[in-house]
Design a binder for this molecule. Structure first.
Ligand SMILES: Cc1cc2nc3c(=O)[nH]c(=O)nc-3n(C[C@H](O)[C@H](O)[C@H](O)COP(=O)(O)O)c2cc1C
Length: 204
């Protein structure tokens, strides 16, 4: 059975969605079975309408199926992505992650491999803070937190060792450098998840 990877993300204007797709492509390159899922939009309609790009993204959806707890249970490894919101992950993603108490209580998330990614509009606007804050949840689950590191020479150019990220200046879409980093993160997630899942299987 191939390694099972869940990519779950929230996106208001499409950037995180593009990063999620690149990460999923990287996991598929490593021959994983991949589910890409989003989370419900919970912002009030007036807030969405205040930003034409946000409204357009919502109107063009749904972009992926909505994540369920079963998706988390299914996965050997997962990646969680969100735009940086005031230096942390968006409430929409956090709300989904906060719904996992039942799985957590049964130990169903233990020893799964977990990694995070983000995008922000400025280089010092909280990329690392968002990745680290998202990863905090994974520690509580007993998951194995996977950093991107500088695990490939291409990441030395503009990599983020905490997790894939993109600085979206003036609403720019993710560039090839960023998408490449996300593909590397997906490949790494699938590969390490396979090591862990195979090891657990052999150990009974
Ligand atoms: C409410 C709000 C808060 C934001 N907070 C930050 C921030 O703290 N730092 C930053 O650099 N960008 C911030 N941004 C910009 C977004 O993170 C950035 O535009 C991101 O690329 C959007 O991703 P998306 O297209 O997936 O929604 C914020 C945007 C909004 C709407």
């Amino acid at each position: 059975m191939s390694t099972r990877i869940l990519v779950v993300y929230y996106s208001a204007t499409g950037n995180t969605a593009k990063l999620a797709s690149a990460l999923a492509d990287g996991a598929r390159e490593a021959e994983a079975g991949v589910r890409v899922r989003t989370v419900p939009e919970t912002a009030p309609p007036a807030a969405v309408a205040s930003n034409p790009r946000w409204q357009a993204w919502v109107d063009a959806g749904p972009h992926h199926e909505t994540a369920t707890l079963e998706d988390l249970e299914w996965a050997d490894g997962f990646a969680a992505g969100s735009p940086t919101r005031f230096g942390g992950p968006a409430a929409q993603l956090k709300s989904f992650l906060d719904s996992t108490g039942g799985l957590w209580a049964k130990g169903k998330l233990v020893n799964k491999v977990a990694t995070s990614f983000t995008t922000a509009s400025t280089a010092h606007g909280g990329l690392e803070a968002t990745v680290l804050a998202t990863n905090n949840i994974f520690y509580h689950w007993g998951a194995i937190v996977l950093p991107l590191g500088y695990t490939d020479p291409r990441l030395l150019e503009s990599g983020n060792p905490y997790g894939g990220s993109f600085v979206s200046r003036e609403s720019a879409e993710p560039d090839e450098l960023a998408l490449d980093a996300l593909r590397l993160q997906g490949r790494r997630l699938a590969t390490v998840s396979r090591y862990i899942a195979d090891g657990l299987f052999k150990d009974g």
